[in-house]
Ligand binder design. Structure first.
Ligand code: PLP
Length: 345
């Protein structure tokens, strides 16, 4: 491994205002935590400069897709400190993703420590609310061996990249194309947060953009709603949240779990049950219905139009309606330390 400390010394400093003016994901913190797995154990994590990684062209992850990631945020608190939101849950999910990809799963404590170290080192470039520090823990298989197609990489690297972000949600509502024939991913990778799933959805999304000017594709294999390429799907129907039950087929969003956990205190009842496209279109036609995508980046993003078999269906309560707003407000207040959070969050 290269010594990154020289990069650290010569990096130019970011400022919190960079985050507000540049697109999500294009501004990075100067330092990140990094650990390596040598075939038997994880090294002690260390802080390195955020700079080019030196990877052999035969690196396993580059050929055989041995990589997975997480996405979580840290927010400035009223006392000026910066705190992560539900890091433990993200640590558990990454453990599962790595296991499924046959990468060495990072112990939850190692994940939490490296996230905390990265947050502390980037605290001074973390924007104030509504901005935050987005964290991207990433594991890649690093074995240099293109003959290892049929087995796991025996070495790996784990790093926690930081990205200061401004207000992610710009307003407006999304156009979703409903896809009933092609799946988003395979049964064995549905719950895994891995780049391969995004690559698989890419051409489907590109075609939906082309044909329907869609922003996202809602995957509904065999006519039952699952999720979009990068977010979970919830219908807010007159103070009832309807969302598909957890299955191996789709990513178990932490934001989805946060919303369902808080639902009762916000006056919602919850129905986790299969949702067919035909029922969805009927619900969408109701004037009080709101539909949202949930994910760490935007918490909830309103859906304004569903495009099914070429026909456009406007969703009843377009743009950010009152139900969507009350969810966003409470989650945001908990993240920013204004509202009290459940223990362990
Ligand atoms: C990350 C991700 C989500 C959202 O998960 P959160 O934990 O809420 O951010 C949903 N679907 C897919 C496919 C994802 O990769």
């Amino acid at each position: 491994m290269e010594d990154f400390s020289t990069y650290y010394l010569c990096m130019s400093a970011n400022t919190p205002s960079d985050a507000a003016s540049k697109p999500f994901g294009t501004v990075f913190g100067d330092v990140m935590a990094l650990a390596e797995f040598d075939g038997s154990a994880w090294s002690e994590p260390r802080m390195v400069g955020t700079s080019e990684l030196v990877l052999h062209p035969g690196t396993h992850a580059l050929h055989y897709g041995s990589s997975c990631f997480e996405g979580l945020k840290a927010h400035r608190q009223p006392d000026g400190s910066v705190a992560t939101f539900r890091a433990h849950r993200h640590a558990e999910r990454m453990f599962g993703s790595a296991e499924r990809l046959m990468l060495p799963p990072p112990p939850v404590a190692l994940f939490e420590r490296m996230v905390a170290d990265t947050v502390a080192a980037n605290a001074d470039i973390t924007p104030d609310a509504p901005g935050s520090l987005y964290l991207r823990p990433t594991i890649i298989g690093t074995e240099q061996n293109i003959g290892a197609a049929a087995r796991a990489s025996n070495t790996a690297m784990f790093y926690v990249l930081a990205s200061p972000v401004g207000q992610y949600f710009a307003g407006g509502s999304l156009r979703l194309a409903v896809e009933t024939k092609l799946p988003r991913t395979t049964p064995q990778f549905g719950m895994v947060k891995t780049g391969a799933n995004y690559a698989m959805a890419l051409s489907v999304l590109a075609e939906a953009k082309d044909r329907y000017n869609a922003d996202q594709v809602l995957f509904a294999p065999d006519g039952y709603v699952e999720e979009t390429g990068a977010a979970n799907f919830l219908v807010l129907a007159d103070n009832t949240i309807i969302t598909p039950p957890l299955s191996d087929g789709y990513l178990h969003g932490v934001t989805r779990d946060t919303i369902l956990t808080l639902a009762e205190s916000l006056g919602f009842s919850v129905e986790e049950r299969p949702l067919s496209v035909s029922e969805l279109l009927a619900l969408a036609a109701e004037p009080t219905t709101e539909i949202v995508l949930s994910g760490t980046a935007a918490i909830v993003a309103p859906v304004g139009t569903l495009i099914s078999e070429g026909a456009e269906h406007r969703v009843g309560g377009t743009d950010t309606g009152t139900q969507t707003q009350k969810i966003r407000d409470l989650v945001t207040q908990m993240q920013q330390g204004i509202a009290e959070r459940p223990t362990g969050w």
